[in-house]
Design a protein around this ligand. Structure first.
Ligand SMILES: O=C(O)CCC(=O)C(=O)O
Ligand SMILES: [Fe+2]
Length: 280
């Protein structure tokens, strides 16, 4: 197995491995690489749904997304799709998945099933690197804060998607909720510090109003979106991306109107997030 950086700060490409034929030692190496880089890319994989599921289960427990439709006959695989008729896509703004849960998902394994002739890249950001470059003063302030994450304004009955043209492809408007997490986490597997706020789900700092929170959140978002911390993955048939939700963000480009794009996603269960200060 060969590991090549994908860009300066973002992602690693793994070659010389077929995910349907991994040994226990391969799985352990992948676990370590995921904790370290937060984002692994694979090309030319032969990973039909049953193999996708088998590979995911070797990493841990699968969690079901409350809003996405499952793949027929594979209840643990979520469809992430946009048809030729739709304008709206899923994940079209910077976010990390499931931060609105008390125990946010570890990450996802996304497999390309049907791709547009061009466009449809997924962008990622490295939240270890984005945190690392902040000043010591700001780091100290952020380490003492917690933030509230919600999905009500996105997946709720009056949320963003309910008004969109993909409303009928999603469900679960009554399964929405909030959770509070540290703003700087100690990553459960790597122990490294990562900035844990995101533009779609973080609504305010705990004890601060949304208005008071906005300027600092916006600063952190604009800082993280710098090309230095991000990369753009061009999907090809057989491509797989495996990301860690605790140390990365992602954004699905919506630049292929009139064409369909279908991805299969398996999400792995995570654990409660510890703040850096609680470890002192
Ligand atoms: O379709 C993609 O590239 C990613 C969409 C997304 O946000 C997700 O699957 O969590
Ligand atoms: Fe997502």
């Amino acid at each position: 197995m060969k590991v090549t950086p994908f860009s300066e700060n973002c992602g690693a490409v793994l070659s010389g491995i077929q995910l349907s034929e991994t040994s226990d030692a391969d799985i352990e190496s992948l676990r370590e690489l995921l904790a370290e880089h937060g984002l692994l890319f694979f090309r030319e994989q032969d990973l039909p749904p049953q193999e996708h599921e088998r590979f995911a289960r070797r990493f841990g427990e699968i969690v079901l997304n409350k809003f996405f439709k499952p793949v027929e006959n594979f209840p643990s695989i979520a469809t992430v799709s946009k048809s030729e008729k739709h304008e709206t896509n899923i994940g079209g703004a910077w976010h990390t998945d499931h931060s609105y849960d008390e125990e946010p998902a570890l990450g996802s394994i996304l497999v390309a099933r049907n791709l547009p002739s061009k466009g449809g890249n997924t962008q990622f950001a490295n939240m270890y690197a984005a945190y690392q470059d902040l000043s010591d003063g700001l780091k100290k302030t952020l380490e003492s804060l917690r933030a509230v994450h919600s999905n009500v304004h996105i997946y709720g009955k009056d949320g963003l998607f309910s008004k969109s043209d993909i409303a009928d492809t999603l469900g679960g408007t009554d399964r929405v909720g909030n959770a509070t997490h540290p703003v700087v986490i100690s990553h459960p597997d790597s122990g490294k510090k990562a900035l844990y706020v995101n533009p779609v789900h973080t609504i305010h700092f705990e004890g601060w109003t949304p208005e008071e929170s906005r300027p600092l959140l916006d600063y952190l978002y604009q800082h993280t979106e710098h090309p230095k911390y991000t990369c753009s993955f061009n999907w090809q048939p057989g491509s797989v991306a495996f990301w860690d939700n605790r140390s990365t963000w992602h954004l699905a480009n919506n630049d292929y109107h009139g064409e369909a794009r279908l991805m299969h996603r398996i999400t792995l269960a995570g654990s409660p997030l510890a703040s850096v200060s609680s470890l002192l």
